[in-house]
Design a binder for this molecule. Structure first.
Ligand SMILES: [Zn+2]
Length: 100
């Protein structure tokens, strides 16, 4: 005898799948969202910006004696930078991924 737990239903659950997440989580990749400025359905365009983490890594490299220009490495690596998401339609900044 298979005993189903109370409340179990063989009916498939209704999947509520909103087409667009209003409050997107911004990472280092473009996200699909609705622009809060022009209300258009967009895929954000990303650009990298020197952030606090970039400066901290540069400072740490400097402390470890990598002063022969190596402390400038973080400024060349996009992975160390903040990511700014802009709307390709109205060019407004719709979000920012801060690595700190
Ligand atoms: Zn827009």
């Amino acid at each position: 005898m298979a005993a189903y737990p109370p409340g179990y239903s063989a009916q498939p659950a209704v999947v509520i799948n909103p087409p667009i997440i209003q409050q997107s989580v911004f990472r280092h990749v473009p996200v699909r969202m609705r622009c809060q400025f022009c209300n258009a359905e967009i895929t954000t365009s990303t650009s990298f910006e020197t952030g606090a983490l970039t400066w901290i890594i540069a400072g740490v490299l400097l402390l470890f004696g990598l002063w022969l220009g190596c402390c400038l490495i973080p400024f060349c690596i996009d992975g160390c930078k903040d990511v700014v998401h802009t709307c390709p339609s109205c060019q407004q900044v719709v979000g920012k991924f801060n690595r700190m």
